[in-house]
Design a protein around this ligand. Structure first.
Ligand code: FAD
Length: 227
């Protein structure tokens, strides 16, 4: 994903686009049904059209402009571990369906991901959080991988209750939503971007959009009876 994203950024810049990294959005300004500006720690930005795609942070900023999004952070963990002997390492991605651990070879490293935790916006982690996924991986691949040199990370999945992303317009005429991709957003990223780009340009979307548009039903609180 990182390699793809860097290559995509280069294509955008070659075509005259501008990518601003290290720039934090601190506010969105709304007048009635229109976004008027984005306020960042590097200044203000004005556009005709805006796309909200801030992952698990989307509902935090959206709330400030009166837009409630049914997205909740679900924490996951990842370990990236050097391969020291390719002959003993996995050659293909592996999913241990019983333990819900995914192991992906990436050149001279493997990436192991697992766990879904409700921990709010806490991104902290400690070695014991990785003990289970490490044990499962070691059982499958006991040699050839330098477990003592693992890089560890924790990240947040932007989950929706129905497990589908939210794409399209809701209440605000120039704020397009492309968010809420949950545990499978990398897989859906290209399709979602295509759909949102088509909708913004007024073209027909390439697939039926049932279930992924921001309809009232998806935003409604579950009634006591249904719950
Ligand atoms: C452990 C784990 C394993 C996963 N495995 C898979 C998998 O195998 N396959 C798959 O398809 N998906 C997987 N996912 C899910 C996938 O990572 C997400 O669905 C996807 O990253 C969501 O993409 P996004 O662009 O909506 O949000 P993000 O990737 O979270 O991007 C949002 C961006 O907005 C930026 N941002 C947030 N707030 C601000 C702000 N105020 N100002 C400026 N920038 C801001 C963030 O820095 C970030 O760069 C996994 C997730 C986790 C946690």
């Amino acid at each position: 994903a990182a390699k793809f994203t860097r290559a995509l950024a280069a294509i955008v810049e070659n075509r005259g686009g501008k990518i601003l990294t290290g720039t934090r959005i601190v506010g969105i300004e709304r007048r009635k049904e229109t976004i008027t500006k984005i306020v960042t720690d590097k200044g203000e930005f004005l556009a005709d059209t805006y796309v909200l795609c801030l992952g698990a942070e989307s509902p935090v900023l959206a709330r400030k402009i009166g837009l409630g999004l049914p997205i909740y952070p679900v924490k996951g963990y990842s370990m990236t571990i050097p391969i020291v002997d390719q002959a003993l390492a996995p050659k293909l991605p592996v999913i241990d369906e019983h333990n819900l651990v995914a192991i992906t070879p990436m050149g001279d490293r493997i990436r192991v991901t697992a766990t879904a935790e409700f921990a709010g916006y806490d991104r902290s982690h400690k070695p014991s959080d990785f003990a289970f996924m490490k044990r499962v991986t070691q059982d499958l691949f006991p040699r050839g991988i330098a477990f003592d040199r693992a890089e560890m990370r924790a990240c947040l999945r932007p989950m929706t209750p129905d497990n589908l992303p939210i794409l399209g317009l809701r209440d605000i005429r120039n704020l397009w939503l492309n968010t809420g991709h949950g545990h499978i957003g990398w897989t859906m990223a290209h399709g979602s971007a295509r759909i949102v780009a088509d909708l913004i340009a007024g073209r027909a979307a390439p697939i039926a959009l049932d279930g992924i548009l921001p309809t009232q039903a998806r935003f409604a609180e579950p009634s006591a009876a249904k719950a």
